[in-house]
Write a protein that binds this ligand. Structure first.
Ligand code: F0G
Length: 414
């Protein structure tokens, strides 16, 4: 419950529910000056630790940071138009600019620092690929062995390559992500292994800083909507915690709506939302967006609180809608992996359905880098059936000047 709830009403103590997890002292007022980037310190290097006043305390000499966060916020007219935001606009908070190419690094710096401070001897996670790459990198930085469970054959080659390269022990499980996570949660009950999945409350603490940083970039002006893809729902939970805490300490005057977008074939949270959060049922997940191919999200109940408290929306989009939105983000020069494009695809769908105003200011969180899944890029651009509208195939020419000139002239005529 809110730290300030029920207390005598000090001028700055608000009375609003906050998302649970690690308890942050909210019985105070914070201003943007609480988060300076002090030259030469961790707060200058890390877009996570800069927000230390709203994070759990960890001794500075135990912190494992790879200069994560500090990601760009782009505004793009083409993407605004694609979303149907004729009077509003669509901004991209690009979490693919983190050291291992996804937002997971923000949670991992906090979890691995905590593991380091508590003397963990082994850190483990189950993953659809990004958490594993991030854990492998941070654990290597800390010098702590890492074990990752991945669903065999179901994560992108790039993410597997990263995880191997950073030196984690990779265990391929004959099953999907849900099976792998369940196995690992059973294992940590009896074995002395530090669990780094987002069910570990230190992970969402770091991921809160996606929201804090984007609010800081907006000079603490609150957008109408923050949209993000939903898989295991750790991030949806973290966003609710960040927003309710920022409100509680007086950094923002209101909450934006959180819009979580799932892939149609992996949408148990969407169906739960559709039932008025009355009936929840896990599904057998299937989607091209392997990062969010999750049928039984671990944080479903805390994510529900985020949606309820922010008056948010959960929606679902098809693989085709995801890949078209991804092609738009890529073509705008920004680039992302398939799951990340669910943010834009979802807003486009909600604007078309009249559930989001075309005048809304929306920040879509793009969760992973375009190089995370190059197979998906190739499949989209090389496909014959159907031939996608933005398909951009390389042109092969004989090594002659004439052939090259022909291509250049054809291109100029287009
Ligand atoms: N986008 C990307 C690129 C992801 O890797 C994930 C989750 C999500 C969105 C969804 O976030 O789980 O907090 O709802 N990837 C996890 C992993 C499951 O193992 O890398 P969520």
């Amino acid at each position: 419950m809110a730290a300030g709830a029920g207390k005598a009403s000090g001028a700055n103590i608000r009375n609003h529910p906050v998302i649970g997890g690690i308890e942050i002292d909210l019985d105070r007022t914070l201003t943007p000056e609480a988060f300076p980037r002090t030259p030469g310190t961790l707060s200058e290097r890390s877009g996570v630790w800069r927000f230390a006043p709203l994070l759990p305390a960890i001794p500075e000499d135990k912190i494992i940071s790879r200069w994560e966060g500090n990601t760009p916020l782009y505004w793009d007219e083409r993407l605004s138009a694609y979303a149907g935001l004729t009077g509003g606009r669509f901004g991209v908070k690009h979490e693919g600019h983190n050291p291992t190419g996804s937002f997971k690094d923000r949670g991992m710096t906090v979890a691995v620092s905590h593991a380091n401070a508590t003397g963990a001897s082994v850190i483990a996670c189950a993953s659809t690929g990004n958490t594993s790459a991030s854990l492998a990198s941070y654990a290597a930085t800390a010098g702590i062995p890492a074990i990752v469970l991945i669903p065999e054959g179901k994560i992108s080659v790039g993410k597997l390559a990263q995880t191997i390269a950073y030196g984690a022990t990779v265990v391929q499980v004959d099953g999907d992500f849900d099976v792998a996570l369940k196995l690992l949660r059973e294992l940590v009950e009896t074995e002395n292994v530090y669990l780094a999945n987002s069910v570990n409350p230190y992970r969402p603490e770091g991921q809160k800083t996606i929201v804090l940083e984007l609010l800081a970039q907006l000079d603490w002006h609150v957008p109408d909507i923050i949209a993000l893809p939903g898989g295991n729902l750790g991030n949806t939970t973290a966003f609710g915690k960040a927003l309710t805490e920022a409100f509680q300490v007086g950094l923002i005057p209101k909450l934006p709506q959180v819009v979580t977008v799932q892939a149609e074939g992996a949408a148990p949270f969407y169906h739960y939302f559709q039932s008025g959060f009355d009936h929840y049922e896990p599904v057998q997940a299937e989607t091209i967006a392997t990062a969010i191919k999750i049928g039984n999200p671990a944080s479903v109940e805390r994510a529900r609180e985020t949606i309820q408290i922010t008056n948010g929306i959960v929606t679902a989009v098809s693989d085709a809608e995801i890949m078209d939105a991804k092609a738009q983000i890529d073509r705008a020069g920004i680039g992302c992996e398939p799951a990340s494009a669910a943010s834009l695809a979802g807003i486009r769908k909600l604007v078309a359905a009249g559930e989001v105003s075309p005048d809304a200011t929306v920040v879509g969180v793009v969760t992973g880098h375009v190089l995370k899944d190059t197979d998906a890029v190739a499949r989209y651009h090389f496909a014959d059936e159907p031939r996608h509208p933005l398909a951009n195939r390389p042109i092969s020419v004989p090594a002659t000047l004439d052939a090259l000139k022909k291509v250049i002239h054809e291109r100029a005529e287009k």
